[in-house]
Design a protein around this ligand. Structure first.
Ligand code: BGC
Ligand code: ZN
Length: 373
């Protein structure tokens, strides 16, 4: 008899979000591991899937188990697993490759740049996620986390958004001699603006500061508030767009070398694009829901993008290196700002609270489901 376990799932046909009984997975290939879930983060993507605007169940299922930000503990290893042992803490990646032979990205472990669009994503697109008690995964998609990061490793996945963005920033800006000569502090002397003070914004600000950028976080809520306190505590400067008009912010910031957008709102993003500096880069990470068209200063922007050599980059998902960099950076954040990094996790909840967390008003910074045990 197959055991079953609790899982948070969406049922798009019934338009329901529910706690379901899901069969407990077993190792089916020699390079797979069975993992006990410790914590799973809730993010905007999960909340959007719960509006049925995004996400899809596996082809043979009428529900999708949610959750793509997880940390777990290895319970069992397949006979050909190497480099992992029982008791190791692991963070899984999200995206799985398409099967097209001609997709050079997927064939080379870079499904984050899949060309066919037929990739799958655990907890999002056609593969069950981690908001459940156990999961099975191939060793190729798992990253070991040091035990000292157990309490914050649920933040690895959201931090990978910034890590992949930074990797691309260095690549794009290698078009000129941009990053300076100190590899430890490639942002020294440069100014970064983070849009949004959610988890992806705050973690991105931390990653920028560690690399030497003078960093501003431009976000709506009037300060002081718990997010602005956290931002100021790590040495960034929080600026409320409600209190400081864009032109005043532009004066305060001086030439802006990079904008890291982590807000998911087009209007303010394109407004801030108008104050990006010479040779600057603007990196979009937010995924806004479809809305009616809005006016933007299109000619001003086009003129400026050309005359100022600007790069506009969109980035989604993350590769293995981004996960490795995120794990390393989290260790650095914990050393520098132990209270602030713990403070990013604003609440731990039992799985039974899934409704409030997914369908209720968004509160705090990063809420996580703690599987307990
Ligand atoms: C996840 C990514 C995923 C993206 C689009 C994000 O919330 O972090 O891994 O690729 O959603 O589905
Ligand atoms: Zn997410």
């Amino acid at each position: 008899m197959m055991n079953s376990m609790k899982a948070v799932a969406v049922l798009p046909k019934k338009r329901e979000v529910a706690l379901v009984q899901h069969p407990e997975p077993r190792i089916a290939a020699p390079t797979e591991l069975r993992i006990k879930t410790i914590e799973v983060g809730i993010c905007g993507t999960d909340r959007e899937i719960c509006t049925f605007a995004y996400g899809s169940p596996p082809a043979d299922a009428d529900y999708l188990v949610l959750g793509h930000e997880a940390i777990g503990e290895v319970m069992e290893v397949g006979p050909r697993v190497t480099g992992f042992k029982i008791g190791d803490l692991v963070v899984p990646t999200v995206r799985r490759p398409c099967s097209a032979p001609q997709c050079v990205s997927c064939r080379n472990g870079r499904q984050d740049f899949c060309f066919t669009g037929n990739f799958t994503e655990r907890g999002i697109k056609m593969v069950h996620g981690y908001m459940t008690e156990f999961f099975v995964e191939d060793q190729a998609h798992l990253n070991i986390v040091p035990p000292g990061l157990r309490d914050i490793a649920v933040l690895v996945e959201p931090l990978t958004v910034a890590e992949k963005a930074l990797a691309q920033l260095w690549q794009v800006q290698s078009r000129l001699n941009w990053a300076g000569t100190n590899p430890k502090s490639p942002g020294a002397g440069k100014t970064a603006v983070v849009l949004g003070a959610g988890p992806v914004g705050i973690l991105g600000a931390m990653a920028l500061i560690v690399r030497g950028f003078r960093t501003f976080v431009y976000s709506r809520s009037a300060d002081p508030n718990p997010k602005s306190d956290l931002v100021n505590a790590i040495g960034a400067t929080y600026v409320s767009s409600e209190k400081v008009a864009l032109k005043d912010f532009a004066k305060m910031a001086g030439p802006i070398d990079v904008v890291y957008e982590a807000l998911g709102v087009a209007k303010i993003s394109f407004e801030v694009m108008t104050i990006l500096g010479l040779n600057g880069a603007f990196i979009f990470t937010g995924i806004p829901p479809e809305k009616p068209a809005i006016p933007i200063e299109a000619d001003t922007l086009m003129r400026q993008i050309v005359l100022k050599n600007q790069a506009i980059i969109g980035t989604v998902n993350a590769d293995r290196l981004a996960f490795e960099n995120a794990i390393r950076d989290l260790g650095e954040f914990k050393t520098r700002w132990p209270d602030a990094i713990r403070g990013v996790i604003s609440g731990r909840h039992p799985i039974e609270n899934y409704r409030d967390l997914l369908l209720g008003k968004a509160t705090g910074i990063k809420n996580v489901i703690a599987m307990g045990g």
